[in-house]
Design a protein. Structure first.
Length: 110
DNA sequence: CACCTGACATAAT
DNA sequence: AATTATGCCAGGT
């Protein structure tokens, strides 16, 4: 479920961009994908579920562009998603009716 | 085996 | 209706 594969260049790039997101802020897959120079946001999700050092990599700070949670640990539904929401709430991110309240982090500010 | 483009579904414009 | 944008899939390279 969580093989200890060494982080690849692609993942590292994603993690670095993810590190640019301060606490209490959120990003979308497409936004992150563009930062790493990828045309598919789905590749980002793949990178997350591949080798996400869960607490080390703030993959929970990656939401959909619609404001929905998206997926977590390879699941798009389940208690893991609820945990993700709770984790976001813990960081100060508020939700309403399953939607993110506020805006995404601007990489240009980084 | 790791990585990415593509196909497909859904929502907004 | 058509086009555009997003996506934690699936498959091909």
């Amino acid at each position: 479920m969580n093989p200890d594969r060494p982080p690849t260049a692609f993942e590292e790039k994603v993690y670095e961009a993810l590190s640019s997101v301060p606490r209490g802020r959120v990003t979308s897959y497409a936004l992150l994908a563009r930062q790493v120079g990828c045309g598919s946001a789905q590749a980002i999700g793949q990178a997350m579920k591949r080798n996400p050092r869960a607490p080390e990599v703030p993959c929970h700070r990656v939401l959909r562009a619609d404001g929905t949670l998206g997926g977590y640990s390879g699941q798009v539904e389940g208690e893991q998603l609820e945990k993700k929401r709770a984790l976001l709430e813990s960081e100060g991110v508020r939700f309403e009716d399953g939607r993110l309240v506020g805006k995404f982090w601007d990489f240009s500010t980084s």
